[in-house]
Design a protein around this ligand. Structure first.
Ligand SMILES: Cc1ncc(COP(=O)(O)O)c(C=O)c1O
Length: 472
């Protein structure tokens, strides 16, 4: 990431968090250069970049100003409120049909669960793949030596990232998996038996529902609020009322509503799970995609009991399709490891070798910085488009990381119908009901902005807005 891009991304964060308000004047070039200790040329490049992106504008002889890109009166969606009950999970065919559409390259992928693959360092990954495969010519045993445990060097690289983030790990706590999906699935399998109850978020990432259905587990859906994540009082009430055997949640930039749990809330959660000795499975796949200066707090870093099972992968931030994830299993690590050996053994060794090479020799943190910057910028663009083209009677999230907006539309809008109509115009969206075990969120949609903003996307948002207005 170039210095001016870094400075531009700092400005975007100041605009995003409201420190710099719409129509406010930016510091003069000379002043900014002095204040931030960068050259005037860097400030100019950053300001020009933000100007071309429509984030700021220049006034003749006056300087640069923040563009009031969207209507800040947009409301946050109301917390999901419901009577908490146990639900048998049956995933609709609709989810599978949505997943099919995501393979169509001619469709605008607002419904996708992944950032656009062009945002990933494909050239560097391919070099790493070539180099690591070439190295096998002199060390062929590497193809099989670590099959059972996962590639040792890859594990060391991931461990280093935990240590640098201040997250303690037990020796040999990491198990390499086929993406976060397998990590979540193994974690649920070893903490539950068929028929057990699991506390999940509402709304929840639909793959969790798929896992529950496959393992014949029942869901107790705990409401979430966009501003502060899971309702921990509702969680505790449910634990007391039902015989819940595990909790699954995302503590950072939750999919789909983008909520995060503050440190205070996470400490409260730790207290609850310790009191009830409840295994807690954290899906942390968005933790690297934060827009602020500092990374989000990790529940794993607060855990002293070994009850937190921390699942993650490279799918959302580096290498989707390589299918490399991991789980730090706390006190359940040995069971997870054994179950993995009895099922898939290990993810593909070439993928592991390539990622291990990439992490050692390439510039992962530089890539992440740029990715965060693009995502924060695209969020501004999508919010501006929502404000411009969608009806006024909506509520929308403004997450501090990740790449999803969750939008609550007028109750007259049927999200499933909207999804079908949008698809006729080659626009995919993720309709609210696929994020619920009990068919909630009928007037909600999730939109993915994990892509470089283009005119085509702007036009797709305009079209989508027009389709939504047809429901009124
Ligand atoms: C919230 C969340 N968790 C887990 C996964 C699965 O990740 P992976 O592709 O690493 O299996 C996804 C993928 O879409 C996701 O969005």
């Amino acid at each position: 990431m170039k210095l001016y891009e870094k400075f531009a991304s700092e400005l975007i964060e100041l605009i995003r968090n409201g420190t710099l308000k719409g129509s406010e004047k930016l510091p003069s070039i000379r002043h900014a250069s002095k204040r931030y200790g960068i050259s005037q040329a860097t400030v100019i490049e950053a300001y020009y970049l933000l100007e071309t992106q429509g984030i700021i504008y220049a006034k003749e002889r006056s300087g640069f100003y923040v563009k009031p890109t969207f209507n800040h009166t947009l409301k946050a969606p109301s917390p999901s409120e419901k009577y908490i009950h146990e639900t048998t999970v049956e995933v609709s065919d609709f989810i599978f049909s949505i997943l099919k559409v995501l393979k169509d390259p001619d469709t605008v992928q607002f419904g996708s669960a992944f950032p656009d693959p062009s945002l990933f360092p494909i050239a560097e990954l391919s070099q790493s793949m070539n180099k690591s495969l070439h190295a096998l010519l002199s060390q062929p045993y590497k193809l099989i030596s670590d099959v059972a445990t996962g590639n040792t060097e890859l594990i060391r690289q991931i461990e280093l990232r935990y240590i640098l983030s201040g997250i303690p790990l037990l020796p040999n706590e990491l198990v390499i998996t086929n993406g976060a999906m397998e990590a979540l699935s193994l974690s649920l399998q070893i903490t539950t038996q068929p028929g057990d109850l699991v506390a999940i978020e509402s709304p929840v990432f639909y793959a969790i529902l798929q896992i529950l259905e496959r393992l014949q587990l029942k869901a107790v859906e705990i409401p979430l609020a966009a501003e502060h994540g899971m309702d921990l009082n509702a969680l505790e009430d449910s634990i007391e009322k039902f015989n819940i055997k595990a909790v699954v949640l995302m503590t950072s930039f939750q999919n789909p509503i983008g909520a995060s749990l503050s440190k205070e809330k996470q400490l409260q959660l730790i207290e609850i799970i310790e009191k009830h000795q409840l295994p807690t499975i954290v899906d942390d796949v968005h933790s690297e995609l934060y827009y602020s200066k500092n990374p989000p707090i990790s529940l794993k870093s607060l855990d002293r009991s070994g009850l937190v099972i921390h699942c993650n992968s490279f799918s959302k931030c580096l290498a989707p399709g390589f299918r490399i994830g991991w789980v730090a299993g706390g006190k359940f690590t040995d069971q997870i490891e054994r179950l993995k050996l009895m099922t898939t053994i290990s993810p593909s060794m070439p993928s592991q070798l390539a990622l291990s090479h990439y992490l050692q020799h390439k510039h992962y943190d530089r890539h992440l910085q740029r990715l965060r910057y693009v995502l924060a910028l695209s969020q501004r663009k999508m919010l501006a488009a929502v404000s411009k083209y969608f009806p006024d009677d909506i509520a929308v999230t403004e997450p501090e990381g990740g790449y999803f907006l969750w939008i609550e539309l007028n109750p007259k809008v049927n999200a499933l119908e909207l999804c079908q109509k949008a698809l006729e115009h080659k626009i995919s969206i993720a309709p609210g009901p696929i994020f619920s075990a009990s068919d909630e969120f009928k007037n909600c949609i999730r939109l993915n902005y994990g892509m470089e903003w283009t005119l085509e996307l702007e036009e797709a948002m305009m079209k989508l807005g027009a389709i939504i207005k047809e429901f009124n």
